[in-house]
Design a protein around this ligand. Structure first.
Ligand code: FES
Ligand code: FE2
Length: 430
């Protein structure tokens, strides 16, 4: 027989190189699952002055809240009337200490959410007292309303144990900005602590108009208590990139800080007088991060905080606070003039707007991390560790069948230290 032998039915392709980098976040299972936020924490919701006797609607960790003020105190209830699902935030107050649904007048007590009256069913309504809506613990601190989103039915811990200690122990003046933003809260949080981007992304920010930023750094990530700190070990103002050229952020009109005084107070703080309260904190590094997504940047005269408040999987709320640890009418006025005249626009506005832009367009995982991203992996390790402990502590408040289901679903345990980043100091150069 003549002819051409048929080719083999299966064609052997050369083996594809395995993709480098991280394809998902399953190395941090709880972090991976925390798209709509971590329950079991206090979150800042809005300014205290925004909460009045007219209930307003907010969403935190995917949970819809109706928040209302009565006799000077703020209350939060699940924003859904059990009757037909109408938001209680659409209703109003008909009796002191209550809120009434706008549809049929079911009226709930603010202290415990109990159905106290059913206006359209008369005073002898049989359903009255038989059901309730969930209520949430509320506190007011720093001019903000904070709500505790529980894991189960656990009592809310003291908010003072969660707030940065220096804010609990010292008086200060607060300026701030709250903005709803697109993007997952974890991208916002990772961006806040991200070691690599500030020098590049923010080089055009007006906030940095007269202050250059380095080209690159050698940085360590140092854990201390509930926080991890970015500690600057070496600073490089310019660099020659082989085959490409020289690159620097330096410009003749930008004043470089005195290099003989390397400071961990802001990256421009060397040589400046530092406010005594800030100096007394002895922060190992100027940028620090803690659960559930609180960034702290120490400058010589103020501390800047960012709270990345989860709304749902795709949105978060940016709460930026600038706290000056001073008192007295003259200093207070001076701070507000400085804040409203410049900082609010330059720092909480344009500078922070560049971050909002990146958070909105970030799309990970998959991701291929580079040396400075140890700031991100250390944060994820911290989150994983703290949340594991929190879940264990809350387990006794969960219904038993939920615990059993969780145990069945739980992946093989992976110690945080297995990621190799739980050593006291993590160097980005390693
Ligand atoms: S839906 Fe609320 S009273 Fe009917
Ligand atoms: Fe930034």
């Amino acid at each position: 027989m003549t002819g051409v032998e048929a080719p083999e039915a299966t064609q052997a392709f050369p083996e594809r190189p395995r993709a480098a980098g991280r394809q998902d976040w399953t190395a941090w299972p709880k972090y991976n699952a925390a798209g709509s936020g971590y329950r079991g924490y206090w979150y800042p919701v809005t300014w205290s002055s925004h909460i009045t006797k007219d209930p307003k609607s907010y969403t935190i960790c995917g949970e819809k809240l109706a928040i209302i003020r009565d006799a000077g105190k703020a209350y939060a209830l699940h924003d859904r009337c059990p009757h037909r699902g109408v938001p209680l935030s659409e209703g109003d107050q008909q009796f002191p200490g209550t809120v009434s649904c706008p549809y049929h007048g079911w009226t709930y007590r603010l202290t415990d959410g109990k159905l106290a009256a059913v206006i359209t069913d008369g005073p002898d309504s049989k359903i009255c007292g038989k059901l309730s809506v969930q209520t949430y613990a509320v506190e007011e601190r720093l001019g903000l309303v904070w709500v505790y989103i529980p894991i189960a039915k656990e009592p809310a811990p003291s908010i003072d144990d969660q707030l940065p200690r220096e804010l609990v122990e010292n008086a200060g003046i607060v300026g701030g900005r709250i903005q709803p933003r697109e993007g997952n809260w974890r991208f916002a949080c990772e961006n806040g602590f991200d070691e690599g981007h500030a020098k590049y992304l923010h080089r055009t920010a007006l906030w940095r108009l007269f202050k250059p930023m380095p080209t690159w750094n050698i940085t360590s990530i140092v854990p201390e208590g509930r926080w991890i700190y970015r500690v600057q070990d070496e600073v490089y103002w310019e660099a020659n990139f082989p085959g490409v050229g020289k690159w620097t952020n330096k410009r003749w009109w930008k004043k470089k800080p005195d290099e003989s005084k390397v400071s961990q107070i802001g990256n421009v703080g060397a040589g400046l007088d530092v406010n005594p309260v800030i100096a007394a904190q002895n922060f190992p590094g100027f940028a620090s991060l803690s659960m559930p997504g609180v960034l702290r940047i120490a400058y010589p005269n103020f501390i800047h905080y960012e709270f990345y408040v989860p709304v749902d999987d795709d949105r978060h709320q940016y709460v930026g606070l600038m706290v000056n640890f001073v008192s007295g009418a003259r200093k207070t006025l001076g701070f507000y003039l400085k804040y409203l005249g410049a900082i609010r626009w330059l720092f909480h506005g344009q500078f922070s707007g560049q971050d909002a832009w990146m958070v909105e367009v970030t799309d990970a995982p998959p991701e291929k991390l580079y040396r400075p991203d140890v700031s991100l992996t250390t944060w994820r390790n911290l989150a994983e560790e703290e949340y594991s402990e929190k879940l264990s502590a809350a387990a006794k408040f969960l219904p038993e069948q939920v615990v059993r289901t969780r145990e069945r679903r739980a992946p093989a345990s992976r110690g945080v230290s297995a990621a190799g980043k739980s050593a006291d100091t993590v160097k980005t150069s390693e």
